[in-house]
Design a protein around this ligand. Sequence first.
Ligand SMILES: NC(=O)c1ccc[n+]([C@@H]2O[C@H](COP(=O)([O-])OP(=O)(O)OC[C@H]3O[C@@H](n4cnc5c(N)ncnc54)[C@H](O)[C@@H]3O)[C@@H](O)[C@H]2O)c1
Length: 466
Amino acid sequence: MGEQKFTRKIACIGAGYVGGPTMTVIANFCPDYQVTVLDISQEKIDRWNSDDLPIYEPGLKERVLKARGQNLFFSTDIDRGIQEADIIFVTVNTPTKNFGEGAGKAVDLQYIEQTARRIKENSKSDKIVVEKSTIPVRAAETLNNILHSGNNSIRFEILSNPEFMAEGTGIHDMENPDRVLIGSMNTPSGQEARDELIKIYERWVPREKLITTNLWSSELSKLVSNAFLAQRISSINSISGLCEVTDADVDEVALAVGKDTRIGPKFLRAGLGFGGSCFRKDILNLIYLCEHFGLQPIGDFWQQVIAINDFQMQRFVQRILKAMFNTVVGKKIALFGFAFKPDTGDTRDAPAIHVSKMLLKEKARLCITDPHALSNAQKDLEEEEGDITFETDPYKAAEGAHAIALMTEWSQYQTLDYRRIFDSMEKPAFLFDGRNHLDHQALFDLGFNVYAIGKPDRTQFDQGSQ
Ligand SMILES: NC(=O)c1ccc[n+]([C@@H]2O[C@H](COP(=O)([O-])OP(=O)(O)OC[C@H]3O[C@@H](n4cnc5c(N)ncnc54)[C@H](O)[C@@H]3O)[C@@H](O)[C@H]2O)c1
């Protein structure tokens, strides 16, 4: 590895959606830093070292190839990685706990704790430990207690540096962040550690975008950011329900509301609801914290954001049922897209999972197509009973189908030959656009019965025949 050529050595524990891309970006901008990404999963590390990276993210592969073997390394030798590092980023997963106290709400901190113990056991020199995983407020205290427990003369300085990137635009977000947040202890050594991290980010992030706070503000800000984003989605989705029964158009309402500069236009697109590994988990975590501190009404407020999200998916399926003459038994429904958003293969908590399960309960036959998420979709639904097929070609997926339900707004779905698709489908042909992504008038003109979120039905049936 040409040891002496590096001024600093970074290790990152957790080679997932956050660890892999963030470290790739750091390695690209800091060629004098050695960056080693570590994971317990041999399969994942092997893929990071191959041409078939374990995650899909636009722009990621060329950046990995640029640095891999130069100053970017992927390894399962976690102990050695820890020993060598001056700075250790922690990017392990922090899922919602599904057992015991706090089940369904609290964060399962076992991977964080295992990582802290491993760092402590293998450290022979002082280290800066950077929490990048999303964790509850004051988790740094737990880390600190574990790292400094027992007879240990080694000092660990803990920083909080939450990641705000969004999957699908992850590389762009990391290279052009709205802000980078660094929380530290308000002590001389805490500030020294913070400055080490600033030295890394200021290679490409303008100084005014580097925000420094105390540790607890930094930890809480990440949860609050995700809660606010999810809340915007639930707010507009709640209005979409009202639009559908009043013949208002949710896109028109969103445009009018978003023009108010106090509100702004972003995150006001109505759809099937939010998904992904973070929003639900982080809101549940926030709710758990509120309840823990006796702030039940605040917890209840945030709980509604999740309730509306669940309701939105149920409403979507109810609309499918109602439109298709109150039964989908034996009918083929082609799901266009399965990833929780476009430009990623990630399906964690994807609305498509919930919608698929509801449709399978109604005994529909599902044919799922997605450009990057089919293998994850297969895993997500492997325990479900019913008729499910997976198809890479959307034209084949739609062949003989009674309906198409668009789950993910992949750009390629806008340019398909819908005349060809319509001709190959059963009639009447239904199209349910869960992302308001397609040209509804054009589809209607082709003969489809079109149902979009927060918009009046466009049906070919005579008024009153349904
Ligand atoms: N995915 C996102 O868009 C996103 C964005 C911002 C923040 N986050 C947060 O970042 C953290 C990581 O998320 P992710 O999506 O990258 O998760 P991930 O599941 O993709 O990756 C986590 C990795 O950690 C590894 N791991 C777990 N325990 C380990 C251990 N003890 N030692 C070594 N490796 C271990 C797993 O094998 C896995 O590869 C979470 O806290 C998440 O909330 C995620």
